[in-house]
Unconditional design. Structure first.
Length: 365
């Protein structure tokens, strides 16, 4: 096993575990109940996945799916749910959203003097860490929740970058996937922060749960790599059917359209339309992003129509020319084998005509 592959696999999963534990700590501090530390047991799943990946895959990733990203979602999403439901119970200083961490030199000097008089440098470091943690606890809850949201999405992108890739995905495909994830993460963060910050929404727990459910549903696209990979198909008769050829040729494009319509922009548009239409909640940003979702959904449907028209035209052209319709994502050898097999059949038909035709030719002669 390569050293860098092992290091990337372990460091990335360690970052996931640390961030998840910070979320559990915030839930315990906000709820003031130690039982919420049981959420930290979810990280055992990530530890189990790490051991299995190192043993069976030598630290490398899987095709089409990332178990580490999926388990990181399972470990972190419950903490964010609890923080959002328990949102806004702590006063936030002077300005909303302002981060105020006042670790004074006097606190550090006092802890240092007491530590030198007691147990030395080790005790001094522990006391300093306690002072710093106590000061972090004074940051208001809303700022902590937003910071966890932001770091959560950033770690999803950075973690996917650091995780070792499998043999099925190339560096070019990984770069395309990361660029898509950056835009997706920005849209998801905007949806969660913009809708949940509305005062009328905060008064309705049903709306909060519905928005968080849509937010969780949109996060499920991060463990999947289908947006940049084509589904391979074999040159068999069943694989040359029209739906199979369409899925084989445009699998990545169709997956992107499906994600936009049913996982991200479509559900986001439905939630925002309900807020404006049923609950009569209007503001400038809500109207703007609703219009943006409508535009994206319309463009994705237009893209789907273009793909279907292009595929239909290609099939008709090949059928008129009598060519074999092979999947363009097959290897060159497979396509060449299918074409050569088709040519051999034509040659055999010309050299050895069917028995009925040969008997008719002999009688005429």
């Amino acid at each position: 096993m390569e050293l860098m592959v092992l290091l990337n696999a372990l460091v990335t999963r360690l970052l996931f575990v640390l961030h998840s534990l910070i979320g559990v700590w915030r839930v315990t501090a906000v709820k003031k109940e130690p039982k919420y530390w049981l959420l930290a047991l979810l990280n055992l799943l990530l530890c189990l996945e790490t051991g299995l990946t190192l043993k069976f895959k030598q630290g490398r990733g899987y095709k089409w799916f990332s178990p580490a990203i999926f388990l990181y979602l399972i470990c972190t999403v419950p903490s964010l749910w609890l923080l959002e439901i328990h949102h806004g119970t702590q006063y936030c200083g002077n300005e909303p959203g302002a981060v105020q961490v006042n670790v004074s030199n006097q606190d550090f000097n006092q802890s240092r003097d007491s530590s030198y008089g007691n147990e030395g440098t080790d005790h001094h470091i522990i006391q300093t860490a306690k002072v710093f943690v106590n000061q972090l606890s004074t940051i208001c809850e809303t700022v902590w929740t937003l910071a966890l949201h932001q770091t959560f999405l950033l770690l999803l992108v950075v973690g996917r970058w650091l995780l070792p890739i499998g043999v099925e995905i190339t560096r070019d495909q990984l770069s395309q996937l990361l660029l898509m994830f950056v835009g997706t993460a920005a849209d998801i963060l905007e949806f969660a922060s913009e809708t949940l910050d509305i005062e009328d929404v905060r008064k309705n727990y049903t709306l909060i749960n519905a928005i968080l459910a849509v937010w969780t549903w949109s996060m499920l696209q991060f463990p999947l790599d289908l947006a940049v990979q084509h589904i391979g198909c074999k040159p068999s008769a069943s694989a040359r059917r029209i739906p199979s050829l369409l899925l084989c040729r445009y699998s990545a494009e169709l997956w992107n359209i499906w994600v936009s319509l049913f996982i991200q922009d479509g559900p986001f548009f439905i939630v925002r339309s309900i807020l404006m239409g049923h609950f009569r909640i209007f503001n400038q940003m809500l109207v703007f992003f609703t219009a943006k979702n409508v535009l994206v959904v319309t463009l994705q449907l237009y893209r789907l129509a273009v793909i279907m028209f292009d595929f239909r035209t290609t099939i008709l052209q090949k059928s008129r020319k009598g060519e074999v319709c092979c999947c363009p994502c097959e290897p060159y050898e497979a396509r060449a084998h299918a074409t050569s097999h088709h040519d051999n059949e034509l040659k055999e038909l010309v050299a050895f005509p069917p028995k009925e035709e040969s008997q008719a030719l002999s009688e005429d002669h």
